[in-house]
Design a binder for this molecule. Structure first.
Ligand code: PMP
Length: 384
């Protein structure tokens, strides 16, 4: 099976598996224990924290380990809101945040918190003028993703940071799809809090981090003494060591740029073949700056499941938009926010390349396109 779903998750690097196995076997003590084994675990934790800080350009004390990006996102928004001064109650989300994060938006709204959504343009990018209108003195937190997991469209983080800084609101950035794919600038962005998740950059699942700017206060959602009182619970040391190793393995800045260029070139080859070989292909957000390896597209009027089923039979694993929502037949909220009619959005399939994707993977898919075309049922004729 050729794996084309790297935005859902990525395979763990061998160095990550080795690091985790070694910590599980050798440093299993509780990092809060005062005895020798506990202190050894505490040193592993401190070492991992330094590696993460070094790789992401922040201070070790600014790293809060969590169970992944979903938790980091919740901690940021709920934690910053709870610590906001009187009179600042409104929370803003972009309309295309991750589905799990928008559930938090709904929960907050049901609990009586004023919540607003910053709309996007038909190309999937943020409406900055709307952001500028909505970010006022009553806003406690703005939560914006750095790059969309479905379309790959990049969001204007620095511009929004200028707006939040001018009004005194806190800015949380969900950089789950960005970190590991694009250069990350903790200081350049000017965000107060940034989420990431190890399994998106060849690390393990169930571990992530919230970077929290020094001096920014949050109320923990899971209180406890760990992580300087910002997130309770015995630290998942093997997973944290795996996250740190994954970040280290991504390599230097130059490697990141070269890898992004490699994936962009593979995608360009794939997209031009898709358009030529299949009927009625439309690729969303194609004209705006996007993450390098992803294409969100539909093939004529065929529903996503029809195309994905044939692709799977031919040996390719892809998904319809976000993995978390791909079991339902609801159209993607991202495409809806872009103004795409539901009938078209139900055709959305996402092909996402990653570090382990090869020329041969893309060649194999291109070679399979004529067969895929012949397998598509004619009853669902291409929409004009
Ligand atoms: N935010 C974005 C943009 C994502 O793509 C994902 C994962 N699909 C998440 C948050 C959730 O991350 P995790 O699986 O670590 O909870």
């Amino acid at each position: 099976m050729i794996y084309l779903d790297h935005h859902a998750t990525t395979p763990p690097a061998q160095a990550v598996i080795d690091a985790m196995a070694s910590v599980m076997a050798g440093t299993w003590a509780n990092a809060s224990s005062k005895h020798g084994p506990g202190q050894a675990a505490s040193r592993v934790l401190a070492g991992a924290r330094s590696v993460v800080a070094q790789a992401l350009g922040c201070k070790p004390a600014e790293v809060v380990f969590t169970s992944g990006a979903t938790e980091a996102n919740h901690l940021a928004v709920r934690g910053l809101l709870a610590a906001a001064p009187e009179g600042r109650r409104r929370v803003l989300f972009s309309a295309v945040e991750h589905a799990g994060h928008l559930k938090l938006a709904r929960d907050l709204a049901e609990a009586g918190v004023p919540v607003d959504f910053i709309p996007v343009l038909p190309d999937g990018t943020l409406q900055l003028d709307a952001a500028s209108r909505l970010i006022g003195p009553d806003v406690a937190v703005v939560s914006l993703m750095a790059a969309n997991n479905e379309t790959g469209a990049l969001m204007p983080v620095a511009e929004v940071a200028a707006l939040t800084a001018a009004t005194g609101a806190r800015l949380h950035v969900d950089a789950t799809q960005w970190i590991g794919k694009q250069l990350f600038a903790w200081s350049g962005w000017g965000a107060d809090a940034v989420s990431c998740s190890a399994h998106k950059f060849n690390g393990p699942k169930g571990v992530g981090a919230l970077l929290l700017r020094q001096g920014v206060v949050i109320r923990p959602t899971v209180p406890g003494s760990q992580e300087r009182g910002r997130r309770g619970g015995t630290e998942n040391l093997p997973a944290i060591a795996g996250l740190a190793t994954a970040l280290e393995t991504l390599g230097a800045v130059a490697d990141l740029d070269a890898e992004a260029a490699r994936q962009s070139a593979l995608r360009a080859r794939l997209e031009s073949a898709l358009v030529t070989e299949l009927p009625g292909v439309h690729i969303w957000s194609r004209g705006v700056p996007r993450l390098p390896g992803v294409s969100l597209l539909r093939v004529g009027g065929w529903e996503a499941d029809v195309v994905l089923g044939r692709l799977e039979r031919l040996g390719f694993a892809a998904s319809s938009g976000a993995a978390c929502s791909s079991s339902g037949s609801e159209p993607s909220h991202v495409l809806r926010a872009m103004g795409v009619p539901d009938g078209e959005a139900l055709g959305a399939i996402r092909l996402s390349l990653g570090r382990t994707s090869t020329d041969a993977d893309v060649d194999a898919l291109i070679a399979a396109l004529p067969t895929l075309r012949s397998l598509l049922p004619t009853a669902q004729a291409v929409a004009a």
